[in-house]
Design a protein around this ligand. Structure first.
Ligand SMILES: [Zn+2]
Length: 299
């Protein structure tokens, strides 16, 4: 008998056997199959939860560091920073599959400052961001969550809105590598710059983020300073597409002040021996690298 013929015989025998099985056995097979599918489904979901849990652990780690503004000696010598953690209260997109992607902390290379240019309440912006709307300025399906990681009120209160490991959508083409910080400030037709308290909060928060994440203050940008979304080069000339965070926000002064604050902390804590001159050169960067490495170890 050929191999094929034998296979055919076996197959026929198996089919006859299956056909002869009573209905109750078929029922049991069905139940078993159902259980396997349920188990598989649960396994897959568990993996999802694991990922969620990991993120939460990272969140808590982060919280320990960033949320101790009032008493900590880390970052900024102003020491008045008040951070309110509202991450659990933030609105989410109604579509459960529409969620921000997660990144590792070491992927964060720059800080970007925005203004809402609306003078809206945080919760109004948050609701607008996630609500599907055909006229939504970023996506008709709405954003997965809040666009910025931090939102700063006029009185300097900092709201921690989305965990920094989330890749939020605040500046096209630079989201993966940046943290978005937004001030409540109507820039258009405004003759006044943002209040001192608010800018002080920006300085303190950014100094701390620079120190912990090892980001040089030279990598702080205003939204308008980023190529593509902020400006384009036409015939060799820079054409701004945005004024965000407002022309009256002096970004050079901001970077300079944060460089000084960071140098002060690095010096106080024995990482830096050079001058406090606001120039973030090789020595400062080296000290910063060491500081953030130690900060990671402490976490
Ligand atoms: Zn912006």
């Amino acid at each position: 008998m050929s191999f094929l013929g034998m296979m055919k015989k076996i197959l026929v025998a198996v089919l006859y056997f299956l056909k002869s099985l009573p209905l109750s056995v078929w029922h049991k097979i069905g139940e078993m199959f159902k259980r396997i599918v349920t188990w598989l489904y649960k396994r897959l979901n568990d993996n999802g939860n694991d990922q969620e849990k990991q993120t939460e652990d990272e969140q808590n780690d982060w919280k320990k560091h960033v949320n101790t503004g009032e008493n900590s000696t880390d970052g900024g010598s102003r020491g008045k920073m008040k951070i309110v953690d509202v991450r659990r209260k933030m609105y989410k997109n109604p579509d459960p599959n529409r969620r921000y992607k997660i990144r590792k902390l070491n992927k964060i290379k720059k800080l970007v400052l925005h203004c809402d240019d609306l003078d809206w309440d945080l919760w109004d912006i948050a609701r607008y961001d996630v609500t599907p709307n055909p006229n939504h300025h970023i996506s008709p399906k709405g954003l997965p969550g809040f666009s910025y990681h931090h939102f700063i009120e006029k009185d300097g209160t900092i709201f921690y809105c989305e965990t920094v490991t989330k890749i939020t959508w605040h500046v096209a083409a630079h989201n993966t590598s940046s943290i978005g910080i937004c001030i409540r400030y109507r820039a258009t037709n405004n003759k006044n710059p943002p209040p001192v308290k608010q800018i002080d909060a920006v300085i303190e928060l950014m100094t701390r983020l620079c120190l912990i994440l090892g980001i040089s203050p030279d990598n702080i940008y205003g939204h308008r300073e980023l190529p593509g979304t902020g400006y384009v080069i036409i015939n060799g000339r820079k054409r701004y597409r945005k004024s965000c965070p407002g022309w009256l926000v002096n970004l050079d002064k901001l970077r300079y002040t944060i460089s000084i604050e960071a140098q002060k902390t690095l010096k106080q804590q024995g990482y830096y021996k050079g001058p406090i001159d606001g120039i973030f050169g090789r020595k400062s960067r080296k000290a910063l690298k060491k500081y953030s490495k130690d900060a990671k170890r402490r976490r």
